[in-house]
Ligand binder design. Structure first.
Ligand SMILES: [Zn+2]
Length: 103
């Protein structure tokens, strides 16, 4: 039996560098699908804009709106290694307000 090297495609390596982009959304609020009647395009938008990004000790990354961050703050404090808190910088401008998905 000859030993065999199995070529396992490596998962995309995510370097833990925490950042918070304006179009990031809250992981708890999640996505909301929309379909534009004008363009026929479909997609998804975040229900709420993320205002806090949390890098977990496991290497994972979570993003929360102010509401959900507050709700999970105590639990996150025990596992977070880095936190970007933009709650002061981002004013009331929810992502859901910028796109009107046919009501
Ligand atoms: Zn949320």
């Amino acid at each position: 039996m000859e030993s065999q090297t199995i070529d396992i495609p490596l998962p995309e390596i995510i370097v833990p560098s925490l950042k918070l982009e304006p179009d990031d959304g809250c992981d708890r609020c999640g996505y909301q699908p929309y379909e534009s009647e004008l363009t026929g395009l479909t997609g998804s938008i975040y229900v709420a804009q993320a205002q806090v990004a949390v890098l977990l000790s496991s290497g994972g990354e979570l993003k929360f709106c102010a509401h959900h961050y507050r709700e999970n703050e105590a639990a996150l404090a025990t596992v977070a290694v880095q936190v970007i808190d933009n709650r002061d910088k981002i004013n009331e401008k929810p992502a859901s307000g910028s796109v009107h998905a046919g009501e």
